[in-house]
Design a protein around this ligand. Sequence first.
Ligand code: URA
Length: 440
Amino acid sequence: MVMYNIIDKKKKGGELTREETEYFINGYVNGGIPDYQVSALLMAIYYKGMSDTELLNLTDIMAKSGDMADLSGIDGIKVDKHSTGGVGDKTTIAVAPIVAACGGKVAKMSGRGLGFTGGTIDKLESIPGFKTSIPKEKFFDIVNNAGLSVIGQSGEIAPADKKLYALRDVTATVDSIPLIAASIMSKKLAAGSDKIVLDVTTGTGAFMKNIDDAITLAQKMVVIGEGAGRNTVAYITNMDVPLGIATGNNIEVIEAIETLKGNGPDDFTEICRNFSAAMLNLAGKGSIEECALMADQAIKNNSALDKLAEMTRMQGGDDRYIYDTSLFDKAPYSYQWISSSDMYITQMDTEQCGKTAVMLGAGREVKDSRIDFTAGIKFYKKTGDYVKTGDIIAELYSSNKEKLDTASRYIKNAYKTGSSRPEKQKTIIAYITKDKVIKY
Ligand code: URA
């Protein structure tokens, strides 16, 4: 096979065969095909797109370029969830315990913070003692006994994606819907769960800035999941505002715990209820409506909270923090942004909110930065809220006074205000299965 011919075929809109896709992916991973030829092919894909058959082949070959997790040692149907990224997204920390409390199995590999978005693994590590790197046997054992375990990525999951992503990043080909779909789904397929619920975020704090692109991406990912024999559904959710009130690490864990106690913010509670219901439905526990009621019950009777404590204990963490959140460290420095006039919040730049949290120490400014678990922001007022003189709009936290001072100026650029009430924001925008798109 000749790489030149593969590039030329795609450039003219042709459909790549499985053999051609295997040739370029395997050749790139083992170093036989140079960056410049793969870059040219990526750009051709960017402009010409991919058929569903090409996309399924590409994703499968990328998934199989590394370890394929075998979760057969865990009894029952394993359900995964994945978000395309957001600010304030602590969903896994609340949803996995709800699902486990209702009899589902969640054996989840999560990521660390990336750019302006946070990562579940960093958040969980803000619980003292919580280990996110544990042997496979122990991981299986915890899921078999407690129904849930969340760990960092182990082994080599989809190395082809790692290499391709780095190349896309410098060749302006990240924002290609088929390439994003294959990238995310290759890792999900390699992670081994039987059923998948996707959260495709859209808005100022998301990859997909508009709803139509988010729906197209979600549909492609559902096609890939279903084509690979894993039932997959997707939600489109609003990332024009941070999710919930808290963005950071231990303050997000506290918010997830409060939600499991029934005291969560409305938007985050709505997301948790819907995602838990979808995961339980895929696990065969009942209709979506029945599963949503089961999720409500797991919050009411504290069984979901107990599941979070059980996972924490089994992964070496101190479960007293789950029942008494006042034990968590607090940032030594804080700043309250207080409104000096009456107005509406008309718009938020969620990416800027995330970047401000990183600036405070909640994320990594360089690869090896140490995370400040106490750093972050509470957004007491978000788009659509009316603010009166003297109200706190947001509160910022850090262990570093200088960072706090800089961030407290920066956060103000993330908000737009005005005198007229903006349109009400939806939290969940659409629900997508293999044969329907329901818009909310
Ligand atoms: N997240 C991924 O894992 N891959 C992409 O291409 C984009 C977002």
